[in-house]
Each structure stands twice: as structure tokens, then as C-alpha cells.
Design a protein around this ligand. Sequence first.
Ligand SMILES: Cc1cc2nc3c(=O)[nH]c(=O)nc-3n(C[C@H](O)[C@H](O)[C@H](O)COP(=O)(O)OP(=O)(O)OC[C@H]3O[C@@H](n4cnc5c(N)ncnc54)[C@H](O)[C@@H]3O)c2cc1C
Length: 399
Amino acid sequence: MCFVLPEDYQALKEATREFSEGEMTDELLKACNDRHEFPFELYRKAGEVGIIGAGFEEAVGGAGFGLLGAAIAIEQMCRVSPGLGMALSLGWIPGLVVDVNGDDRMRQKYVRPMVEGKAISAICMTEPNYGSDIRRVDTTSDLVATDKGDVFLVNGNKIFTTNATYATFFTILCQDGDNETSLVFDQEVMENNPGELDIDEMPGKMGQRMVSSCELTFKDFEVPKENILGKRYEGLKTVINFFNKSRVEIASQGMGAAEYGLFKALAHAREREQFGRKILQHQAIGHRLARMITAVKQAQLLLYDTAWRYDHKKGGSWMEKGLSTCMVKYYIPELALDILKSAIDIFGGYGYFEEMGLEGAYRDTRITPIYEGTVEMQLDVISHILMRIDMNYLNKDFF
Ligand SMILES: Cc1cc2nc3c(=O)[nH]c(=O)nc-3n(C[C@H](O)[C@H](O)[C@H](O)COP(=O)(O)OP(=O)(O)OC[C@H]3O[C@@H](n4cnc5c(N)ncnc54)[C@H](O)[C@@H]3O)c2cc1C
């Protein structure tokens, strides 16, 4: 058994760290946050150097490092700059839904340009009345015949959609009779549409200010029938397939943010002196850091194990996949916030100020336990699985 990353993964880690340290400056972070502006140029560069493609298959222009590669890339970006790292990864994470459910035509059309840093994705599931519970939604899609062929007429409201003001393609979950169907569309569908789609930014967000969060209103918005993602009436299945991957990538955002807080706090505690000693040499701070580094390392092992299992198909059923996915999605974001809070404490008064980076990192990371399913939802799914999963899997394969 070997816990050291294989050479090519180590190289990916080092290259992503180097790229991030060179490009993700505090000045850029501040400028993008102040202007509420997505770092388009950096996203394009991340596509060019292969960071976006780390986790995608070679068939769509990726590097083929799988979910473990994506986790490492996101972790490294967020370790250097949680705000910029999260923003960049939010350009492609919503598009995973097309990558995991789409046919080759869709993957080449939508996913390939995204891997190259030329396209930004959005996914619209949440509605004013349906957030944690998306088993039924109010946005409808009715199949009608037109002179251009069969189209879905989409009507309804979606909220909190990340990136919608600048996304180049969207996936939307709709109620289609008694079931749900997922549809994909891009700017071409939007431009020549006889129906309406209004996109309004939702103001006053706590963090992640360089990423837009939007309300979308659809009125008889036409989406061609061939734009069904996966199978008609299996929209919920497409979302679950997506979550199994996307939740690990969101956990990776938290992972990097936790490391950011840990390493900042450690550096400060080794330098700052009070009462004639480094503050790390005061037992209260020393023990706190000892607990922090243990928890962060433990989380990293859990994250890598989960991603590796996904890539190597260790656990094929939805329960086997869902168990570890929900574990990292609830555990690591919560840990990241604890670590960032402790880091602010270790910085004392300085930690409260923007200049040190920690208050911004805390605000940016605060969403990670909420989006892509809250902590309560992850714990609910885990406990549901624990009641039903084959004990042989837990006894022999999982542990
Ligand atoms: C910045 C941001 C970006 C987002 N990006 C997107 C996006 O791109 N696309 C998208 O579709 N959505 C997005 N979301 C929506 C996000 O996924 C939802 O906010 C989240 O899933 C929770 O849904 P809700 O806000 O409706 O809360 P609710 O579902 O109303 O939940 C409120 C509280 O009740 C708890 N709760 C609910 N049901 C139960 C239960 N059965 N048992 C115990 N507790 C329960 C929840 O855990 C939570 O604490 C985003 C949200 C934000 C804030």
C-alpha cells in the first residue's frame, strides 16, 4: 500500500500550485471582488494550461486524471486563494452534469469548450419553493409541436443559479408531467427564442462576490426536444449522477480553504511573540494547531480515498457512491469553517481585517456546507444508506 501520490498526480499538484501562486494574487482577488467580476482571463489561462481539464477524460480534451485529479487541482487552487479557486472551479463544476449524463454530441458541444477555458456552465435546480427537496419542482416543460419540430415550452422560476449572467450553457431541471426532465441549452437557443428568459442578479451576498447568483424567469421559453440531457423523465437521476461527482469537487474547495487557514495560522504562530515567546509555544495555541493539522490531514485522506474509489469504481451502487460522497460533502466544508475560525482567532485582531485574507476566505467558504445540498441533507442520505446498505460492502470493501 502506498499513500504517496503517483508521480504524474504529484506533478499535477505542483503545477497547479505554481500556477496558482503566480496568478492568484491578492490584488486580483480584491479587484474581482470589488467589481463583482468573474476572473475570465484567469479562467481562460486555467483552461489553456490544463487545470480545468485535469479531471476530464481525454475524449473531451481533458488530461484523464479523474475525480482525484480534479480534487487535487481544486484543492491546490483554493489552498493558495480560496476566493479565486472557488470562482474558477464554479465555472466548470455545474457543467459536470453534462459530462456525466450527456452523449458524445453533447459532450463535444458543451464540455470540450469548457475544458479549454472558453465556456462557462450553469445548473438551475433550486426554486423559491424547492431547495433541499427537488423531487418535484414548479418549473414545467411541456412538449409541443412547432413548425421547427418538437420543442419543450419551459415556464417557471429558478433562483440562486451560479454564473447565470455569463454562462454559455445551462442545464435546467423541469417538471415534465409526473416526472422530471433535465434540458440543456446554450446562447444559440437563447438568442433565437420566441419565448422569454430574464436573468437577474440577486444582490447582497455574504461572499463569493466575483461569482454571480441569479434568478431566472422562463416564459414559454423554447428548448428543442433533442436537448434532453440523459433520458426524458429521468431528470432526478441526472442530478444524482452529477452530485456524486460535483459534491466531491465542492468538498475539495473546502479542503483547500482549510489548508489555507491552517498554513496561514501556523506561519503566524511561529512568528508572532507575546509574553517573550512565540505564540505557538503557548500551550493553548500549540494544542489548537496540533488539533487543526490532525483534522486537516484526516480530511485530505478521506477526500482522496473518496475520489480514488469513484475513479476505480470501488462501489458501484448509488448507495456505495453516495455514502462516501455525502461524507466528504458534509465533513470537509464544516471542518474548513472551523479551521478558518481558529485561524482568525490565532491572528487575534489582525485576523478580523481584510488585509490578512482570512475574513474574506471565511465569507467565501461559508457557502460550501450549503450549496449542492446542505449538511443536514448529506447526513440524512448517509443515515438512510446506513439502514439499507449491504453490510458486506461496509465490512470488507469500505473499511
Ligand atoms: C451562493 C449560492 C449558490 C448556489 N448555486 C446554485 C446553483 O448554481 N444551482 C442551483 O440549483 N442551486 C444553487 N444554490 C442553491 C442551494 O443548493 C440551496 O440553497 C440549498 O440546496 C438549500 O436549499 P434552500 O436554500 O431552499 O434551503 P431549504 O431547503 O429551505 O432548507 C433550509 C434549512 O432547512 C434544512 N432542512 C430542509 N429539509 C430538511 C430535512 N428534511 N431535515 C432536516 N433539515 C432540513 C436545511 O438543511 C437548511 O438548514 C446556491 C445557493 C447559494 C446560496
